[in-house]
Design a protein around this ligand. Structure first.
Ligand code: ADP
Ligand code: PAZ
Ligand code: K
Length: 281
């Protein structure tokens, strides 16, 4: 058993694995050095449960048809045994795009840091985000290359590889939350605005809806353009979407560009699908 941890710019993403089987995944906020020490002392899954201030129920097995289901079933059968048999500290594979948060984990004794060198894609440039490389590798492993990954996280990224598992490249822009936060934070009169569940009307007659319209319609047009351009070059390619805003974005896309929405693979755990097949744990 081992833990996968992806440190993103908004929060921590966790996966609990048995071998290459992903048993459950959840998110938390950043943890203090003190909690990291407690985590290292966990001897059972129950300990883990009490130490990590999880935001979703844990352990929440992945939905049927999820990843490593065979492993999970096997794991559930032996649940009691597994509760007793945690190696302590539990092996941790850590990937991070936030160096200041990585430092907090240096005290954890059983940690391996995943780097670009561990990702079997070619043509990676040295400063590429490890989250982007892992998500692309994970998606390509499951659905094949060529592949384009859209990660709707703090930043929104496009990352694509061709049929030779070679990075073609991609793009980075502010994610949905960041766009709204920037508007509210860097102007004198614009308010904080929540992301609407549904696509707002395009022509707004109040400030909040005008901000929602501007950010969302422009982002949707951008996504459409990137995906269309990718399909021109790689007509047979799958396109996968992940990240904390994926569900909202799919809802909006469904209203505005249903063809694109229906052709996207929506998968919250792309990074862990990439992490599970690295040969470092
Ligand atoms: N509980 C939450 N905490 C933070 N962001 C959340 C949460 N639930 C949904 N989100 C959305 O997820 C986005 C961040 O995506 P995520 O993939 O978690 O980021 P990162 O990987 O960069 O840490 C935010 O823009 C926000 O709109
Ligand atoms: C682009 C990112 C900020 C995305 O981070 P996230 O929104 O997932 O937290 C991260 O992948 C990163 O810091 N990348 C380094 C630059 C690059 O990928 O070219
Ligand atoms: K991300």
């Amino acid at each position: 058993m081992w833990l996968g941890l992806m440190i993103g710019n908004s929060r921590l993403h966790w996966g609990l694995f048995v071998g290459e089987g992903l048993c459950c995944a959840w998110d938390t906020s950043y943890l203090s050095a003190d909690v990291v020490r407690q985590l290292a002392g966990c001897r059972t899954v129950e300990d883990l449960r009490s130490v990590i201030n999880y935001t979703r129920s844990f352990p929440a097995p992945l939905p049927k048809g999820g990843w490593g289901v065979e492993m999970c079933d096997n794991y559930k059968e032996n649940w009691d045994e597994n509760l007793q048999s945690l190696i302590s500290p539990l092996p941790l594979v850590l990937a991070s795009v936030v160096p200041s948060e990585t430092a907090v984990w240096q005290s954890y004794l059983n940690v391996r840091i995943a780097t670009l060198n561990n990702v079997p894609l070619s043509g990676l440039y040295p400063t590429l985000g490890i989250d982007r490389a892992l998500a692309l590798w994970g998606a390509g492993q499951v659905w094949g290359f060529p592949m384009l990954v859209i990660d709707a996280g703090t930043a929104l990224t496009f990352t694509g590889a061709d049929c030779n598992d070679n990075l073609v490249g991609g793009a980075i822009l502010p994610g949905l939350g960041l766009q709204f936060a920037t508007l509210a934070g860097k102007t004198g009169q614009l308010p904080s605005v929540d992301l609407p569940e549904q696509l707002p009307r395009r022509y707004a007659v109040n400030t909040q809806e005008a901000m929602q319209s501007g950010v969302i319609y422009t982002l949707l047009a951008g996504i459409k353009d990137f995906v269309a351009a990718w399909w021109q070059d790689f007509p047979e390619s799958n396109v996968a979407i992940t990240g904390g805003d994926r569900t909202l974005l799919i809802n909006y896309l469904q209203s505005q560009f249903p063809k694109i929405a229906n052709s996207l693979i929506v998968e919250p755990n792309l990074i862990f699908l990439g992490m599970r097949s690295l040969t470092l744990h």
